[in-house]
Ligand binder design. Structure first.
Ligand SMILES: [Zn+2]
Length: 317
């Protein structure tokens, strides 16, 4: 039996682990990414981390079949080049070659980090057993990945699955990508925090203020969910509006792709059923196929932060 190393290269941390062919993590490690570092320096760290996790798992380097990476940018699999990684300041970096040099000819696999995480959910998490699924991550931004007929859908530029950047409001809120009205500008955790703060300014009596001890800047994604538990009316309004935003995007995805499953990950997904129940109601009311025999299942992503490591380790070869 062979082992697979997966590395999730993030803007803040580089996480890695040894994974079995069934998606079980045997060891894990992480190191800070650091700011303004070159691709070579980051490759040094990733290689070091790969050796570390292999040692921690108690396996010989020869038993490692491949090392896979999820990188936060456009991963051109034909050339092995990260074409653009905004968070890392990478532009056309030959990351696969850099890793091959450092890891003595080991097979190196790579993909975009969101795609790798979606693949992890597909092979070993909530999507196990499906053929068509979509992973949606509601975090700082909105990300995701699309699996169609058992394959990651990459598109012509290896850039498909940018689920944060389809427009749900024409001429709407500004988005980081340069457009207006993107899904991410309404459905991300960042957006929810903004929506919560706006409502708090208009409702000084809301229990939301108690939860942040009067300090608006302490508002988090979970604040609104905590206030919901207290029966706060303002929180309920913010929540209902947020569900409408998230829901409209999910219904659009269902109408276009008809996936068997959509799994929701990211910080907001910690809310669990509180989040899923009203979203399911929206889907039941609004999806084009609401009367059809087969309905898309909606669940919480089951692997949490490990999805990126597992998915990178088990990327298709
Ligand atoms: Zn956008």
């Amino acid at each position: 039996m062979g082992y697979y190393i997966g590395i999730d290269l993030g803007g803040t941390n580089i996480a890695g682990g040894v994974v079995t062919e069934t998606g079980k993590i045997l060891s894990k490690g992480s190191i800070p990414t650091g700011h303004g570092r070159s691709a070579k320096q980051i490759a040094d760290d990733m290689a070091e981390l790969a050796f570390q996790v292999a040692e921690k798992a108690g396996i010989a380097w020869e038993e490692v079949c491949s090392v896979g990476m999820g990188v936060p940018g456009t991963a051109n699999k034909e050339t092995g080049i990260v074409e653009f990684a905004n968070n890392l300041g990478f532009y056309d970096e030959p990351i696969v070659k850099l890793m091959e040099e450092r890891l003595c000819g080991k097979t190196i696999l790579f993909d975009n980090d969101a795609n790798a995480a979606a693949w992890g959910e597909y092979v070993a998490g909530s999507g196990k057993g499906t053929k068509n699924m979509i992973a949606v991550t509601l975090g700082t931004g909105v990300g995701g990945g699309i699996i169609l007929n058992g394959e990651l859908y990459e598109g012509i530029n290896y850039a498909a699955g940018e689920l944060g950047h389809f427009v749900i409001a024409l001429d709407g809120k500004e988005c980081n990508c340069g457009r207006r009205g993107c899904y991410e500008a309404y459905a991300s955790a960042t957006a929810l925090i903004e929506q919560t703060k706006d409502a708090m300014k208009n409702h000084p009596d809301s229990a939301l203020w108690k939860l942040v001890e009067g300090d608006l800047e302490r508002t988090e994604g979970k604040t609104v969910f905590d206030a919901l538990q207290l029966g706060d009316e303002t929180a309920k309004q913010v929540f209902d509006q947020y569900i409408s935003y998230v829901g409209v995007g999910l219904v659009d995805l269902i109408n276009i792709f008809q996936p068997e499953l959509i799994c929701i990950g990211g910080g907001i997904s910690k809310a669990g059923e509180i989040l899923l129940k009203p979203l399911r109601e929206k889907i039941e009311q609004e999806s084009y196929t609401r009367t059809a025999k087969h309905q898309t299942r909606l669940t919480i992503a089951s692997l949490d932060n490990d999805a990126g490591i597992i998915g990178a380790a088990l990327l298709p070869r």
